[in-house]
Design a protein around this ligand. Structure first.
Ligand SMILES: CC(C)(COP(=O)(O)OP(=O)(O)OC[C@H]1O[C@@H](n2cnc3c(N)ncnc32)[C@H](O)[C@@H]1OP(=O)(O)O)[C@@H](O)C(=O)NCCC(=O)NCCS
Length: 180
């Protein structure tokens, strides 16, 4: 699994949920309930969730996707607000993409709030394209969802992703050195 010292990813476990819920509460207008994660971790065979560990092995981010029928469907992704802006959201997204590629998926799909320009910029950086719009998808605000997809078998995508992964690795290593 993708790791650049001091950052590391590993599969999410039930005992991670206190830390996950704390970040969830600071990241979304309507946080997912703990029971939703419990269901995903124990009863959804298609669900794959990872946590991102920081220098003290503390949980500083997480992400998940459903891998089914040749598609990866990203369900969630968040970085602790104190750790944003350092390439860690990219690290999570890159790990999800790699996981989908290894599972033989043809595409990755996700929904994102129209107002969430930060996440949209991240997805665009990784060549996700807007393909659809789901009106009033989010019940809390009545906001639309943009549907974005990344076609993994499209010409040039594999190489572009490989280059991004290398650039990200260099960014994370340089960031680590700056902090020393
Ligand atoms: C979206 C999120 C995961 C990004 O995490 P992050 O660690 O801050 O992002 P990174 O530092 O890896 O940034 C990667 C790219 O995202 C985009 N981005 C990140 N922060 C941004 C900001 N404040 N404004 C605009 N674009 C931004 C940029 O394209 C950036 O690339 P760059 O550094 O080359 O400019 C984080 O903001 C978050 O947890 N938000 C709340 C939860 C959420 O919205 N999740 C996604 C929807 S499910």
């Amino acid at each position: 699994m993708f790791s650049v010292t001091p950052f590391r990813l590993r599969p999410m476990r039930l005992e991670d949920l206190d830390a996950v819920m704390a970040i969830e509460g600071n990241s979304f207008p309507t946080p997912w309930p703990r029971s939703g994660y419990e269901h995903e971790l124990t009863r959804n065979e298609h669900a794959h969730y990872q946590v991102l560990l920081g220098p003290d092995e503390q949980i500083i981010g997480y992400a998940g996707q459903w891998l089914v029928a040749g598609e990866g469907h990203i369900s969630i992704m968040a970085v602790d607000p104190a750790w944003r802006g350092h390439g860690l959201g990219e690290m999570l997204l890159s790990a999800l993409i790699q996981q989908a590629q290894e599972a033989g998926a043809e595409r990755i799909l996700l929904e994102v709030r129209t107002s969430n320009l930060t996440a949209q910029a991240l997805y665009q950086k990784y060549q996700f394209k807007e393909v659809d719009r789901r009106p009033r998808y989010y019940r809390d605000t009545g906001e639309d969802a943009l549907v974005m997809t990344l076609e993994l078998n499209e010409a040039g995508v594999g190489e572009a992703l490989r280059q991004k992964r290398e650039a990200l690795r260099a960014r994370l290593i340089a960031g680590g050195k700056e902090e020393e």
